[in-house]
Write a protein that binds this ligand. Structure first.
Ligand code: ZN
Ligand code: ZN
Length: 342
């Protein structure tokens, strides 16, 4: 049974629980492959033909509980004071989204319709987990490659966590977005979109509904974000028809990332709204001030001591250069793009 403790000097929550599972040995049977459904806990939901029985082959995307979860869904939520400190029981959901029935390492190698289904699965899991008021936020992420912390690096999957707290990284973004809105009555992300669409040099891709861009102060080489062009705080309310467009942007950008960095390790984070029902009356301007986005952070090197100790990042690649490369340009020359389209 795990427990969360808050560091009162930083407000950062830390989960104390089981150690992570040992890395799989190549050659071990893969629990995520079709035909091996009995190797995972019973599925939560899967997409496939209607006549298919649960935990049987035939699925396209399958969501299962993590067999070694950081947090457990069956425990009652307890928050209490511990002298001057705050602690919370390790109550939460920890799910695996198996992105393909085939033994395929990379999301970027999947067909667009398959990626669109994965994106839809994230939305559905967020919608479902938000019904549980024990969860203050739902965090979707993907670790690709060993440097990014993947423990099952050879079968493409993502993870969804229902958390009893709002993690610090999301909290920081939410606080800045709220303050910006209080000051200016505008969404900071909508401001960024307006600016970047005009400037053009940091744009990676622009479609009818989405923009991929290298952020002005990127922390990681070739880091980029994908944002909906129309303001929305809640990823899970995305029109189902738009997932095709989003899948296209994600696939094209990841494909170019693989051209720049063969077999790139990266973390993908979906920053979406916290659960308003878990803190009634707290998120008063959330719908106006926050704008969901996906951040892709390539991991070229281990995080260095300087970054860990200072929170200050050193990035050798300017986002203008990263965006040009991610558009398919060369390190020195121009790619002829850079001007906004659409
Ligand atoms: Zn597999
Ligand atoms: Zn916005």
């Amino acid at each position: 049974m795990s427990v969360l403790r808050r560091d009162p000097t930083t407000n950062r929550w830390v989960i104390f629980g089981d150690p992570p599972p040992a890395a799989r040995t190549p050659g071990d049977a893969c629990p995520f492959c079709t035909g091996h459904e009995s190797m995972t806990p019973p599925e939560i939901v899967a997409w496939g033909p209607p006549q298919r029985r649960p935990d049987a082959p035939g699925w396209q995307v399958r969501v299962v509980p993590n067999a070694r979860p950081l947090l457990r869904i069956e425990s009652a939520l307890e928050r209490h004071a511990d002298l001057i400190y705050d602690t919370t029981s390790g109550t939460g959901a920890h799910e695996i989204v198996i992105e393909t029935p085939e033994h395929q390492r990379s999301l970027a190698a999947l067909p667009k319709a398959q990626v669109a289904l994965v994106l839809k699965a994230w939305a559905e899991r967020i919608r479902d987990l938000k019904k549980d008021p024990r969860f203050r936020s739902i965090f979707v992420f993907k670790n690709q490659g060993a440097l990014a912390g993947a423990w099952m690096p050879d079968h493409s999957h993502s993870q969804v966590m229902g958390l009893p707290v709002t993690p610090k990284a999301l909290q920081e973004i939410l606080a800045v977005a709220r303050a910006h809105y209080r000051d200016k009555e505008r969404c900071v992300f909508c401001d960024i979109l307006r600016e970047e669409l005009e400037y053009g040099q940091r744009l990676v891709q622009v479609t009818e509904h989405f923009v991929a861009l290298a952020p002005y102060a990127s922390r990681y080489p070739y880091e980029y974000w994908i944002l909906p062009r129309e303001h929305s705080a809640d990823y899970e309310t995305t029109e189902p028809a738009l997932f095709d467009d989003l899948a296209g942007v994600l696939l094209a950008s990841l494909g170019r990332l693989e051209d720049i960095l063969p077999e790139p390790a990266y973390n993908l984070f979906l920053y979406s709204s916290p659960n308003r029902d878990a803190r009634k009356g707290y998120w008063t301007t959330l719908a106006q001030d926050f704008h969901w986005h996906i951040a892709i952070m390539p991991r070229l090197v281990q995080t260095a001591g300087f970054e860990v100790g200072s929170g200050l990042y050193a990035n050798p690649v300017l986002p203008e250069d990263a965006a040009r490369m991610l558009r398919g340009g060369t390190p020195s020359g121009d790619d002829g793009a850079g001007a906004p389209s659409g």
